[in-house]
Write a protein that binds this ligand. Structure first.
Ligand code: CUA
Length: 336
């Protein structure tokens, strides 16, 4: 390869790196911590990065100095004097990394213990997380409430998570709040997180779990404690009601026949699919597409096209049935 080709590749690579750094969004970035756990973990990242960068800079400086100082000069022939072994140097470059590792290890272990102290905090709001291919179920055992895909939490309060899986291994991760932790079938893993301010924080599955692993997104909606209490109360009290409009009533009939076996609404129905009690309040359809009539219809017509390998069957609905279902499902809200 000619040298200009190497340079061209290097420049392209640098540009690509620059473009890719733009892919991070604040709501999904561990580098912009939004709670105490994420902050502690970010401090560790800063420490290890500064150590790595200092080592890199020092090595490159010595390397450049040696290259220039001991280069071959005009008139210099033959092999220069050969040197082997230096106790002084060997001790030096064993002791320096050892000290650096201690500097890294002490805060890392201390942070681990600090986080573990709250490992099973009974005072905190308890949330049970159940991962499924490819969606998230959230239960609030103390409140008797369940939801899916959008986790609603009070800001400024500790949340104690109890995470498990209904099928394969997944990993529960909300970068801006901290984490992550594996969800394993038959096992309960514990951790806690806190969002300091109300806002939307994005979460992802961080363990390869099947065809739609990359689409296994969820959201954390942190609200004020008052808003949270009101939300939980409504979620608990909401009753399955006969739909008012005629199109929605038709959709409700279809829903009872074809959907309720897997999807619960207001305490009635199955648990194989996401709970839809407050579906209309969620920002996304299936966790990934904007929540509007068009996207919901597309999902109902062919769920496999949108999330390959998920467990929602194609119900072979007619356009009329899909429209009626969309009408009905769009009424499921605890906010409106
Ligand atoms: Cu679930 Cu990846």
């Amino acid at each position: 390869m000619k040298s200009w080709q190497i340079w061209r590749q290097l420049v392209l690579f640098a540009l690509l790196t620059l473009v890719l750094t733009g892919c991070g969004i604040q709501e999904l970035s561990a580098l912009q911590p939004q709670g105490p756990v994420a902050e502690m973990q970010f401090d560790l990242m800063k420490l290890s990065f500064s150590i790595m960068i200092s080592v890199f800079v020092v090595v490159i400086l010595i390397f450049t100095y040696v290259l220039i100082r001991y280069r071959k000069r005009p008139g210099q022939d033959g092999i220069p004097k050969q040197v082997e072994g230096s106790h002084k140097l060997e001790i030096l470059w064993t002791v320096i990394p050892f000290l650096l590792l201690i500097v890294l290890a002490v805060p890392t272990v201390t942070t681990g213990f600090t986080l573990h102290k709250e490992y099973d905090n009974k005072e905190a709001l308890q949330v049970k997380v159940i991962a499924h291919q490819f969606w998230w179920e959230f239960e609030y055992p103390d409140l008797g409430v369940a939801t899916a895909q959008d986790l609603v939490i009070p800001a400024g309060k500790k949340i104690q998570f109890d995470v498990t899986s209904a099928d394969v291994m997944h990993s529960f991760w909300i970068p801006a709040l901290g984490g992550k932790i594996d969800t394993n079938p038959g096992l309960d893993n514990k951790m806690w997180l806190q969002a300091d301010k109300p806002g939307i924080y994005y979460g992802k599955c961080a363990e390869l779990c099947g065809a739609s692993h990359a689409l296994m997104d969820f959201k954390v909606e942190a609200v004020t404690p008052e808003e949270f209490d009101a939300w939980a109360k409504k979620m608990k009290e909401v009753q399955a009601q006969p739909a008012a409009a005629s199109a929605a009533a038709k959709g409700q009939e279809i829903f009872k026949k074809s959907c309720l076996g897997c999807h619960a609404v207001a305490g009635e129905g199955g648990k194989l699919g996401p709970n839809l009690t407050n579906f209309a309040d969620r920002q996304k359809v299936a966790g990934i597409r904007p929540n509007n009539a068009e996207e919901l219809a597309a999902w109902l017509k062919d769920p496999q096209k949108i999330k390959p390998g998920n467990n929602m069957p194609n119900l072979n609905l007619t356009d009329d049935q899909v429209n009626a279902l969309v009408e009905y499902i769009s009424t499921l809200s605890v906010k409106k």
